[in-house]
Design a binder for this molecule. Structure first.
Ligand code: NAD
Ligand code: TYD
Length: 357
């Protein structure tokens, strides 16, 4: 069945395209739409890695711009010069633990940075002659707070109850995006997605951290009792959801994206260890490395996404099962050891020392 297209894309500006989800999005988009152009704007913070885009660097439909989303003039220039019709806004500080140790960068990048993007979009797309456009803001399920074990999963109607500085900064940016539609008429959409996993994820996040530490025979740190629950989605399934929203989503609509895939942290680590035992028998059983460490302050107990809206309105369905996705992910990290080793530089070692005292 042909679906109604509400927005036609040609030239995309992807912020944070050198990060985990953004780089996967760029690979996905250039392969999926061979006639379209992608410009990445990325400040290359500790989480951004140009090597994640190596495979597309020579593609004439791709351009990398090293710059900051806080630089509104630069964003305006890019929007005009590149005739951008679609912004996909991934750039953010994204790690909860870092937001606990240093919230300032989260307020600056996630709130002020998103506002800077919106100001530039408003100026070029609305004030310098109205033109078809779409501003898609990538957000998180963490804005909804935490769930009791048997509570219903988050729908788009849940109250925003963010608990960490990261979640609060994302919640705030969601509200500012919404206000730019209602006040100025900017065509905006928002997605709130659950925990992603897959290739190119920085090894400070749980799954790649466990894989890397298994290979190095280092402890696998589990916060508190490890019974916290997350709803895991393969990164390409997240990006397919964003694709549907950009093209067919309703302006001013929020869509939750998730895969009905709830796991406790202990079970995830156990599963990854089992896969590592198969692929790297030298260190087996890797589960022996599991170590309980001090819990994260204010640790949200459970996240779960109800994706009924995106399924009903846009026909969304994740394609990867968890079994295939996690296997692919472990294999990717084994085959791309040079990628993750090069990002674990001096500043990463400082981070480990600070977070896992
Ligand atoms: P990431 O930390 O891997 O990447 C963030 C990217 O943004 C990096 O390339 C970094 O260099 C860039 N960046 C940071 N500050 C910038 C600035 N001021 N100007 C330009 N670029 C800047 O993050 P991720 O995991 O890929 O997450 C991407 C987005 O998706 C974020 O907005 C995050 O809140 C959201 N999200 C992530 C998850 C997840 O599980 N990772 C789940 C739901 C939503
Ligand atoms: P993380 O990957 O940081 O994502 P988020 O905090 O955004 O959900 O963490 C996923 C879960 O794993 C979360 O409940 C915290 C837990 N965790 C650990 O138990 N140990 C660790 O070393 C890390 C990084 C996370």
């Amino acid at each position: 069945m042909e679906r109604a297209v509400n927005h036609t894309t040609q030239n995309l500006l992807v912020t944070g395209g050198a990060g985990f989800i953004g780089s996967n999005f760029v690979h996905y988009w250039l392969a999926r739409y061979p006639e379209q152009r992608v410009v990445v704007l990325d400040a290359l913070t500790y989480a951004g890695n140009r090597a994640s885009l190596a495979a597309v660097e020579s593609n004439p439909r791709f351009r990398f711009v090293h710059g900051d989303i806080l630089d509104t003039d630069l964003v305006e220039q890019l929007l005009a010069a590149e005739q951008i019709d679609t912004i996909v806004h991934f750039a953010a500080e994204s790690h909860v633990d870092r937001s606990i140790l240093g919230p300032d960068a989260f307020i600056k990048t996630n709130i002020e940075g998103t506002h800077s993007m919106l100001k530039a979009a408003r100026r070029v797309w609305l004030e310098q002659g109205a033109r078809p456009h779409r501003f898609h803001h990538v957000s998180t399920d963490e804005v909804y707070g935490t769930l009791e074990p048997d509570a219903a999963a988050f729908t788009e109607k849940n109250q925003y109850l963010p608990n960490s500085p990261y979640a609060a900064s994302k919640a705030s940016s969601d509200h500012i995006v919404r206000s730019y539609h209602h006040t100025y008429g900017l065509n905006t959409t928002i997605s709130n997605c659950s925990n992603n996993y897959g290739s190119y994820q920085f090894p400070e996040k749980l799954i790649p951290l466990v894989i890397a530490n298994c290979l190095d025979g280092k402890p696998l740190p589990i916060y508190g009792d490890g019974k916290q629950i997350r709803d895991w989605l393969y990164v390409d399934d997240h990006n397919r959801g964003i694709d549907l929203i950009i093209h067919q989503g309703k302006v001013d609509q929020t869509y939750n994206i998730g895969g009905n895939n709830e796991w406790t942290n202990i079970d995830i680590v156990t599963l990854v260890c089992e896969l590592m035992d198969q692929h790297h028998p030298k260190g087996a059983p890797h589960l022996n490395l599991l170590t309980h460490v001090k819990d994260r302050p204010g640790h949200d107990r459970r996240y779960a996404i109800d994706a009924t809206r995106i399924k009903a309105e846009l026909g969304y369905q994740p394609m990867e099962t968890f079994e295939t996705g996690i296997r692919k992910t472990v294999e990717w990290y084994l085959q791309n050891e040079s990628w993750w080793r090069q990002v674990m530089d001096g500043s990463y070692q400082d981070w480990l020392a600070q977070n896992y005292v």
